[in-house]
Design a protein around this ligand. Sequence first.
Ligand code: G1P
Length: 287
Amino acid sequence: MKPIRKLVIPVAGLGTRVLPATKTIPKEMLTVVDKPLIDYVVHEAYEAGIEHIILVTGRGKSAIEDYFDHAFELEAVLAEKNKTELLTSIQSDIPKAGSFSYTRQQAPLGLGHAVWCARDIIGDEPFAVSLPDEIVPSRPGFLKQMVEAYNETGGNFVAVEEVPQEETSKYGVISPTERNGKLVKMSGMVEKPDPKDAPSNLRIIGRYILQADIFNLLENQERGAGGEIQLTDSMNKLAQQQDFHACLCSGNIHDCGSKLGWLQANVKLGLENPDFGDELRNYIKNL
Ligand code: G1P
């Protein structure tokens, strides 16, 4: 069984749900407490043992590439002023040379198309996908938990959580067949079903482990929900051919691609911050 070494992060989306904030900055650079969203998903990946990260990017997203590179002027000023702690903290976040790749999704054709754009860089090995909108605050990190589950069984994985039935139309939803603790076997999945047709209330969270065979399916994938090439549709075909599991996540997932979800993430993670969490709690109590 081949190990999971590479991660695809699609970052080409326009972030229309959080306009006007995202008119001139990428959605992935919105900060939660003191770090941009993309930083959370990258650190979750490192914890899971990921060695190479592929960002599927697009126009207007260059701030993301700059974030993972040296900022020479800033570093020089911090060094000159002896702000060693700050300097170390920004330098320690810079990835090893050659461990990040960037490829562009040239047209907004959907998540399936974005993942397909990474096919040459992935090659013939299983890989992970993380959607940076979603912060999954589990300990250990949820991608690590999924990689550990994959190391036991192989095959393909999605992360899922339970949602009220009426919310299923916003997500990919799985058809579960057997449940063993947090591991759920499934027969297939469907993208954005009408709640009355949803096969369950287990919705897909933006964390995946996929075999490279998905690329052949994506290559010929017809457009699905919303007129887009949906990853879920190709995963559903893959589930007819190979083992496919879901990993059940029970924590509170923050959907930072929505204004309310982003605010909630800031409050929740702000309250957990050791430097100012208590002050923030008092501030909120007194509002
Ligand atoms: C995408 C996937 C969907 C998944 C969701 C998780 O939808 O297509 O299956 O449930 O991410 O955030 P989107 O948010 O792009 O509509």
